[in-house]
Design a protein around this ligand. Structure first.
Ligand code: HEC
Ligand code: HEC
Length: 421
């Protein structure tokens, strides 16, 4: 009998101890709390103006951009819009390893949510503004596969577009003369359209490129309103910052807390995935196996030169910025071994919903990504910025559990999350 009582008492003590351990508040140091605050969505500063796009915050331009973003007429075959690859219901990605437009695209589709905060666009940063970025896919033969004269003519012919355009940008010039303004002309890789483009008068080319740049500026005004909303992680941080341990413990379980602790600590993900969007907006070689041809694997080393040469950059004739506003592109680093094979750090918000991953879609799942970081193989092209982590399988799982807490709603006017009517 006494033995039984003793046995039950020991069991009870163990049970109480287990409960205490499970429910004990996780104590974040003062420094750690500041790190958590920096990752919190509440720390995201209001979006600064883009000096190169004076229509960036014009609600009329955003409405026009919304239409353009979903309009399949803006393509070579009438079947491709931005929304073909950036689908709102998939966090503005496409779920594919490599994108597909009019042809196969040699890159993986990133999200556009919150990208208005980024100083550089595309995996290699070959564009320095959101409006000039939008002009790339529209003339790429494997994406929209159309040409800028074609797009300008659509704006001029469609009653809604013409009115909206003129209200924002002023009177549309007369581009109806098909001799002076051929149906398909663009300075792209397609010989027929680029020959037609070269044959145009310089002033007429300028007229068309002005309309084309305004199409980009409208699309950018739309994209600037597509932002990430608060995730479970953000609610956890709010509770921690308030000192409300009980609520914090209801929001995050022990594994998620430990995953977060690894993320900002031992695993050092925070070195690059920092700030409220979980990106430093910089370029790194993470040693991913290159995929595609040599030119395509140069990453930032090639991208920065393209941005410098781009007629639509901040310093170009279609930008609204003064020369003093363009420090980013003027002083961008253009040489250095670390630029070779380096790609833009993507946001990790909503990352659980945007598989597959990486610039060439090299990794299929979050578990694969985390395992990759743990191994950190040497780079085949340059130098990997990573070092192997040596974490256990359980720790890797906890990191993954943490990444899954970054899911949140998209913060945008509701009508902007589907095709306009
Ligand atoms: C065929 C699929 C496809 C279409 C159509 C498409 N995109 Fe993309 N988008 C991609 C891919 C792939 C990338 C990455 C390409 C690269 O970095 O070289 C990308 C990159 C971007 C980025 C850069 C994100 C970042 O973090 O740097 C933005 C913004 C974007 N697209 C917006 C648009 C807009 C606006 C349109 C329509 C004008 C559009 N896309 C049309 C597939 C597409
Ligand atoms: C040295 C900077 C750096 C560090 C440290 C780092 N990352 Fe990354 N991360 C990147 C870059 C750059 C990419 C894109 C790489 C590419 O596609 O070439 C990336 C991509 C990712 C992606 C894919 C996102 C997407 O949408 O494709 C995930 C997930 C990710 N990182 C998680 C982590 C985690 C978890 C850690 C810590 C274990 C970590 N990262 C550490 C720079 C870094």
């Amino acid at each position: 009998m006494r033995r039984l009582v003793l046995f039950i008492s020991v069991l009870a003590v163990i049970a109480v101890a287990v409960v205490i351990v499970l429910l004990r508040p996780h104590v974040w140091s003062v420094a750690e709390r500041e790190v958590l605050r920096s990752l919190w969505i509440g720390s995201l500063a209001p979006l600064e103006k883009d000096p190169s796009n004076k229509f960036g915050d014009d609600a009329r331009a955003a409405r026009l951009g919304h239409k353009l973003f979903f309009d399949k007429r803006l393509s070579g075959n009438g079947e491709i819009a931005c929304s073909t690859c950036h689908q709102p219901e998939r966090e503005f990605t496409d779920g594919l390893r490599l994108a597909e437009g009019m042809g196969p695209v040699p890159k993986h589709t990133p999200t556009i949510i919150g990208t208005a905060y980024s100083p550089w666009f595309f995996w290699d940063g070959r564009k320095d503004s959101q409006w000039s970025q939008a002009l790339g896919p529209m003339e790429s033969p494997v994406e929209h596969g159309g040409a800028r004269t074609q797009y300008a003519k659509i704006i001029a012919a469609d009653r809604f577009y013409r009115n909206a355009y003129e209200e924002i940008f002023g009177k549309l010039p007369d581009i109806s003369d098909n001799q002076r303004f051929p149906a398909i002309a663009a300075p792209n890789d397609v010989s027929k359209s680029s020959a037609a483009w070269s044959a145009m008068r310089a002033a007429d080319r300028q007229t068309i490129s002005r309309i084309y740049s305004n199409i980009g500026k409208s699309i950018a005004a739309y994209e600037r309103l597509i932002l990430p909303g608060a995730s479970r992680f953000d609610r956890y941080v709010e509770a921690v910052l308030k000192g409300d341990e009980t609520t914090a413990r209801q929001i995050f379980d022990g594994d998620e807390i430990e995953g977060l602790s690894l993320f900002i600590g031992e695993a050092n993900c925070i070195q690059c995935h920092n700030g409220a969007l979980f990106t430093n907006n910089d370029f790194h070689d993470t040693g991913l196996p290159p995929d595609g041809d040599a030119a395509d694997t140069q990453g930032r080393a090639a991208g920065v030169k393209m941005a410098r040469a781009d007629e639509f950059n901040c310093l170009g004739p279609f930008s609204d910025a003064g020369a003093d506003d363009c420090g980013e592109i003027k002083f961008a680093k253009i040489a250095g071994a670390e630029l070779v094979g380096s790609f833009k750090t993507p946001t990790l918000r909503n990352v659980a919903k945007t598989a597959p991953y990486m610039h060439d879609g090299q990794l299929a799942t979050l578990a694969e990504v985390i395992d990759f970081y743990n191994r950190a193989p040497p780079s085949k092209l340059g130098h990997s910025a990573l070092a192997p982590l040596g974490l256990s399988a359980r720790e890797l799982k906890k990191l993954e559990r943490f990444l899954m807490t970054l899911d949140g709603p998209i913060k945008a006017p509701k009508e902007f999350l589907s095709a306009p009517r």
